[in-house]
Write a protein that binds this ligand. Structure first.
Ligand code: PMP
Length: 354
């Protein structure tokens, strides 16, 4: 490691993104992408932008996109922040907590980018164990006199897929009125009620969403956050100290059109939800324990087969999934919900190897 940079850099454990194989005939069920394409209206809008406008800098505030998001949720554009994927939005939120002084809380197990951001920006943290059934226990986040710098959790959680009901999210918010609560809703459109409706009542709430999953635009890198205008303007200060153009012209055009195409959104997410329930039933009939999922993936383990072995057997049949073998989530496979055909290929392969 170079001695010329900060020692913090050599201590970082960077996030490792899921594999993006070059061989396209693999059935790719490892990174929770949407099996259906994005809105055709988004593709047309991007083509037009490429044809007409790439000579020009983008709108520094991504205004059309902020308007589309605000309109969809009955908010003002001053309550919307956008970035290159929700990863970047989350990174800015962690930067805004930099050297905060009190530890932030997030679940153990959760999205593995959180500890990475926390280390990079020197945000102290405490990982709060999940309950036995892998759900988040709100009572564990209600202070008990301890200084807390903020709370962040995905809902549904990743990689478990388990949902925290909206009234529980609100109980957590009400119990923490003086600290920021960040709800990372990367997967919410596949089965939960968004906390966006709570933003008006809770000035400490930041809800982060992405266009990578339910809008099928992972390759475009667009995410956003909504919250009280004061929370958002602070994030804008952080962002403007880093890069004044959050999104390029293609992303603004495509994401805006995608946010406006509710028909495509509803059709494709309903298809994913239907396939998820078939996949969960199939896995259960093969003897898997399947956690209830509100996301576009399922989290499952087999009592007699280790996850690494199953993942390797699937790989041999050209199917990629993720497997987890840490102490808290031992022997689980995380399987993205693909088309019925892709899920069928997965269950056929498993049947052969069990
Ligand atoms: N949050 C969670 C919980 C995720 O699983 C992911 C996807 N890896 C993200 C945020 C980031 O998604 P993106 O940067 O594509 O918006």
């Amino acid at each position: 490691m170079s001695k010329f940079w900060s020692p913090i850099v050599s201590r970082l454990t960077p996030y490792t993104p899921g594999e993006q194989p070059k061989i396209s005939k693999l059935v790719k069920l490892n990174t929770n992408e949407n099996p259906y394409g994005p809105s055709p209206k988004a593709i047309a809008a991007m083509a037009q932008e490429i044809g007409d406008n790439l000579r020009l800098y983008p709108n520094p505030d991504a205004e059309p996109l902020k308007l589309a998001i605000a309109k969809r949720h009955g908010l003002s554009p001053s309550q919307v922040f956008v970035g290159n994927g929700s990863d970047e939005v989350l990174a800015h939120a962690f930067q805004a907590l930099l050297k905060h002084g009190a530890p932030i809380l997030f679940p153990d197990i959760t999205y593995s980018f959180y500890p990475t951001y926390a280390s990079l920006y020197e945000v102290e943290y405490r990982a709060v164990p999940l309950a036995e059934d892998f759900t988040i226990r709100v009572d564990d986040y209600l202070g008990q006199g301890e200084a807390i710098g903020g709370i962040i959790f995905p809902n549904p959680n990743a990689p478990t897929g388990c949902l925290l009901a909206l009234d529980e999210v609100e109980r957590l918010l009400a119990g923490n009125p003086d600290r920021v609560v960040i709800v990372d809703e990367a997967y919410i459109d596949f089965g939960g009620d968004s906390a966006i409706d709570l933003v008006t009542r809770h000035p400490n709430l930041l809800v982060v969403q992405t266009l990578s999953k339910s809008r099928s635009l992972a390759g475009l890198r667009v995410g956003f956050a909504v919250g009280h205008a004061d929370l958002i303007s602070a994030l804008e200060r952080v962002k403007n100290s880093f890069n004044s153009y959050p999104l390029d012209r293609i992303a603004i055009a495509g994401a805006t059109a995608a946010m406006e195409d509710d028909a495509h959104f509803d059709r494709t997410r309903n298809a994913v939800i239907a396939s998820r329930s078939k996949l969960a039933d199939e896995l259960a009939s093969l003897g898997f324990e399947v956690l209830p999922s509100a996301a576009n993936f399922v989290f499952a383990r087999h009592p007699q087969h280790d996850a690494a072995g199953l993942a390797a057997s699937l790989r041999g049949d050209g199917i990629i999934v993720r497997h987890f073998t840490s102490a808290r989530i031992n022997q689980f496979l995380r399987i993205t919900v693909g088309t019925d055909e892709a899920c069928g290929a997965l269950t056929d392969s498993l049947r052969k190897h069990l």
